[in-house]
Design a binder for this molecule. Structure first.
Ligand SMILES: Cc1ncc(C[n+]2csc(CCOP(=O)(O)OP(=O)(O)O)c2C)c(N)n1
Ligand SMILES: CC(=O)[C@@H](O)[C@H](O)COP(=O)(O)O
Ligand SMILES: [Mg+2]
Length: 628
């Protein structure tokens, strides 16, 4: 049941930014209060991203109040903080459907609203996109404005600096709002983060600076120049905006990101200033809900909970793959002192909290910097260190060139522990791990393993760790079928060997990874053979040959795009070997799959047991009729 707008009398008067801008400014603090309460109680019912949105309430109100949205473009970075934006832009009644099947996207989405100027989900794209919009406006002689709202975490990614570097030179009328809450999902990391913290700790620096600018304006000629040089010198020591000003931005701030009155004033002052400007806004992630303020990591993304009680610990059920990975990592780190683990800002999501505590000197959180993470691993691997890079399938897309250029060509022993492979569910198309089998399978020197359950995952991680070359183990979000972990066994499996899990007739299902379980379920009705292929590269060619010899139809099943996926590899081998057996492929369709629960999505694309059964029967009957 969604939250009733009737309980929010002021918010009820603000269905959209037009109505917001009709309010007297003095009403904005009260509106922000109602908006925050509405957000908290809606997300407590629906689940979703919470802490970032709580921290962006006043900023969202002020931006839509000062800017003529959607004519003026607001580009959110990552977009997990966009729920207040969605509430204020005509979608408050649907907020309860967010990230649900057929409901609102959890991120800004162009098809969803004209106020969603750019689709996001992956971080650090907002400055590039907003700059593009600003340059397009300038080229068309249009007056509309562009604003990027990026967090301190988002600012740790290379693309953010690529965009700052270009914007500072292009001189476009662009405002970058740096929403600095000193948090990523975990605590933020990196030298930039420390620099920003210094700025925040030196709040009085800016009063001095704003005073010195005032003084400089009234000085005559040469004295002014001397004084300006002095200020430049002081800047390096005292005034915090140096970094951004050296990149061609006028720096303003830091300002209180929860004082909506001063935000409106500052944004109003900056509105008509030309050129690249950066407004440094200080916020608290989780603001206004004490449990989230105290634990913004836990409240970054939440399931349903009672705001009066706070989050409750989920218990029971089989160990999820990320926690399994974390256990394996600690076990292998104990056995092998050469192991070093890397995460690009996903310590909690990748299950590395325990490892980071136990092996701090062999743990690197590089921030949101996937490209750097891959090449860092390559550098480590050159020095007989055994790096393990824990990375979501979708985020590895950011480091693809580095994987080819720095790891595979040099055949370096980097283990890629690829989590969130396949359909992740609520995060939707920006986060589904739909393509890693396709984008990895074509790379020479790569070994790719797809475990069918928890025990297999444990063993294949060990296999990858011992392997003297690039190795990828891909596993899904959440839990598997619940097989016990072989915790004492850290030995490798033979590479390129799959196994028959069920002997049957006529049809052979060649299942990869997470698809072995539904394939076995489907096989009970089909009375067909099921092979756990285990490796996507190298394929078990002997197994394929024997299956081809004994069956009328081979059907490959994978939770990856059919295009270029594991099944394509099997078909390529059959052709190369001159084996004429009919083969068909089940996998993710040639379109982007939207958001919903993983089960809903697997059913939608026919990769649940029932879907596999129906497809197999249809394909076999078509074969019998001589149809393709
Ligand atoms: C390329 C990429 N890597 C990782 C993530 C996962 N992620 C989502 S939000 C987030 C932290 C963002 O920190 P910040 O920009 O400071 O926003 P805050 O949550 O603090 O408001 C991360 C790492 C992502 N969305 N995109
Ligand atoms: C917004 C973002 O990119 C992350 O918060 C992501 O949603 C985490 O995904 P998991 O919940 O699968 O760890
Ligand atoms: Mg942050």
């Amino acid at each position: 049941m969604s939250v009733s707008i009737d309980d929010y009398p002021l918010l009820a008067q603000v269905p959209d930014p037009e109505a917001l801008r009709a309010l007297p400014a003095r009403r904005l603090p009260a509106l922000a209060k109602e908006l925050r309460h509405y957000l908290l109680h809606s997300v407590a019912r629906s689940g979703g991203h919470l802490a970032a949105g709580l921290g962006a309430v006043e900023l969202t109100v002020a931006l839509h109040y000062v800017y003529n949205t959607p004519e003026d473009r607001l580009v959110w970075d990552v977009g997990h903080q966009c729920y207040p934006h969605k509430i204020l832009t005509g979608r408050r009644d649907r907020l309860g459907t967010i990230r649900k099947y057929g409901g609102l996207s959890g991120f800004p989405k162009r098809a969803e609203s004209p106020y969603d100027t750019f689709g996001v989900g992956h971080s650090s794209t907002s400055i590039s996109a907003a700059l593009g919009m600003a340059l397009a406006a300038r080229q068309a002689g249009e007056k509309r404005k562009a604003v990027a709202i990026i967090g301190d975490g988002g600012m740790t990614a290379g693309e953010a600096f690529e965009a700052l570097n270009h914007a500072g030179d292009a001189g476009a009328d662009l405002l970058v709002v740096l929403n600095d809450n000193e948090m990523s999902i975990s605590e933020n990391v990196g030298a930039l983060s420390h620099h920003l913290t210094k700025i925040l700790s030196g709040r009085w620096y800016n009063q001095l600076r704003s005073g010195s600018k005032e003084v400089l304006r009234h000085l005559p000629g040469p004295v002014h120049e001397l004084a300006r040089r002095t200020e430049e010198h002081l800047k390096g020591m005292v005034v915090p905006g140096t970094l951004f000003e050296e990149l061609g931005f006028q720096y303003f701030g830091p300002v209180d990101g929860h004082n909506v009155d001063s935000l409106v004033e500052v944004l109003g002052n900056l509105l008509h200033q030309p050129g690249p400007r950066l407004l440094h806004v200080v916020t608290c992630k989780g603001k206004g809900y004490r449990p989230a303020e105290q634990d913004p990591i836990a409240y970054h993304g939440v399931g349903q909970f009672d705001p009066g009680q706070g989050l409750t610990k989920s218990s029971g059920g089989s160990i999820p793959y990320n926690k399994l990975f974390g256990k394996w990592l600690c076990a292998m780190a104990e056995q092998d002192p050469r192991l070093v683990a890397i995460t690009p800002a996903m310590r909690e999501g990748s299950g590395m909290v325990e490892y980071a505590k136990r092996f701090p000197e062999r743990y690197h959180d590089v921030g949101i910097a996937e490209q750097h993470a891959v090449t860092l691993a390559a550098g480590l691997a050159c020095e007989s260190v055994k790096p393990v890079l824990a990375i979501y399938s979708t985020f590895l897309q950011r480091g693809y060139d580095q994987l080819v250029h720095d790891v595979a060509i040099q055949n370096l022993p980097v283990l890629f522990a690829i989590d969130r492979a396949g359909l992740v569910g609520a995060d939707g198309p920006t986060h589904h791990g739909s393509f890693d089998l396709s984008y990895l399978r074509c790379i020479p020197n790569m070994t790719i393993a797809a475990p069918s359950d928890e025990a297999e995952c444990w063993r294949l991680l060990s296999t990858g760790h011992h392997h003297e070359g690039p190795f990828a183990v891909r596993y899904p979000r959440g839990s598997g079928p619940g097989t016990p972990l072989p915790e004492q066994d850290l030995e490798p499996l033979p590479i390129g060997k799959g196994e028959i899990r069920r002997k049957g007739h006529r049809i052979a299902l060649l299942a990869f990874g997470s698809m072995v379980t539904p394939a076995l379920d489907a096989a009970q009705y089909l009375d067909c053979t099921v092979a756990d292929m285990r490796f996507v590269r190298p394929l078990d060619q002997a197994l394929i040959r024997s299956l081809a010899a004994e069956h009328d139809l081979l059907i490959t099943v994978e939770e990856n795009a059919v295009a270029g996926g594991a099944g394509s590899g099997v078909a390529e081998y059959l052709a190369e070997a001159g084996l004429q057996v009919p083969i068909r492929h089940l996998g993710l369709p040639d379109r982007f799959v939207d958001h919903g629960s993983p089960d809903e999505l697997l059913t939608e694309v026919g990769l649940d047991a029932e879907g596999i059964r129906l497809d197999a029967e249809r394909l076999f009957q078509a074969l019998g009729r001589g149809q393709d």
